[in-house]
Ligand binder design. Sequence first.
Ligand SMILES: NC(=O)c1ccc[n+]([C@@H]2O[C@H](COP(=O)([O-])OP(=O)(O)OC[C@H]3O[C@@H](n4cnc5c(N)ncnc54)[C@H](OP(=O)(O)O)[C@@H]3O)[C@@H](O)[C@H]2O)c1
Length: 337
Amino acid sequence: MPARCRLIGFGESPPALRVEDFELPRAGPGEVELRMLAAPINPADLNVIQGTYGELPHLPATMGNEGCGVIVACGKGCDLQVGQMVLPLSGGAWAEAMVVPVEAVVLLPAGLDPFQAAMLAVNPATAWLMIHKFQSLMRGSWIVQNAANSGVGRAVIGIARHLGLRTLNVVRRPELVEELLGLGGDVVVTEEIDFRKEVESLCGGARPVLALNAVGGASALNLANALADGGFHVTYGAMGRQPLKIPNGLLIFRDLQFRGFWLRRWRDTTPVPEVHALYQALAELLQAGLFKTPVGPVYPLSQVARAVEEASSRNQSGKVMLDFSCAESPADGRIKP
Ligand SMILES: NC(=O)c1ccc[n+]([C@@H]2O[C@H](COP(=O)([O-])OP(=O)(O)OC[C@H]3O[C@@H](n4cnc5c(N)ncnc54)[C@H](OP(=O)(O)O)[C@@H]3O)[C@@H](O)[C@H]2O)c1
């Protein structure tokens, strides 16, 4: 029987996770059975475990907001083929197997790295949509973002470069500056920068028209101070756990537009073919090497509690991943460091 990771209560120490075997139903008409390959542990998963996410499941619930798998059986009426790699969009990705409706899987091009494919559905999509949804950006327009080393931030750098946009990137660790410049970030600075004084010299006399905020607090305000009049400031994460405090003048005299973005809302309100089209386009960009998320320690499903603990306390690059192809627990818990 396959195994899955269930959340049985909210709260973080220790996380209330249970790995259990379960009876997998056969794929019925219009359904496919997947063998899952890999799944990341994202900040949103940690927030669900803590009970602080924007939408919480009824418990017990199978964890995991994204991952990738391979089709092992097709129910009647499915035109997909066994062996194809897919993204399930149904949630519950921390499982060795699942049965999902065919309209909830996106076909991936052959040859994608399963770990990278497993991280396609959330962060690159968020980056793409935030770049396209709020402002009509022209070639050469500047985007400013914090948490630039995050999965979303790296995808923003790659996609922006592909579109001829420029990025002003803020990181909290100086050792990341060179690395993100190497990935194609136009300017990379640390959190100590004061954009009120420096933004125009950093951007060659221009100002960003779009700010992407995943931190909050003083960092979010610094991004706002960098924006051109009428610019959009989009909050999509709260890694610093500090609220936004916006001076009145930024609204009155500078006409800044403060908005939020939540991928879940986009998925829930967008026609299925449009959702699939975006993921297929992103899969091609991934295959073309436009963005890549560093992989951190990799754990088998049996060690998911340790993996979650590591993801919660991690202060280095690299997503903590689950690898479903390894059923055995290595002695130290991790498959790969
Ligand atoms: N709204 C949405 O639909 C949506 C979709 C996707 C992601 N998100 C959110 O976007 C954020 C990033 O997600 P991800 O998966 O891309 O992240 P990730 O790859 O796991 O990286 C986390 C990032 O947060 C930074 N960070 C952590 N704590 C911080 C702090 N106290 N102050 C400043 N920076 C801090 C880290 O800095 P270092 O680089 O120095 O380690 C790292 O760059 C999360 O808040 C996530 O929930 C939201």
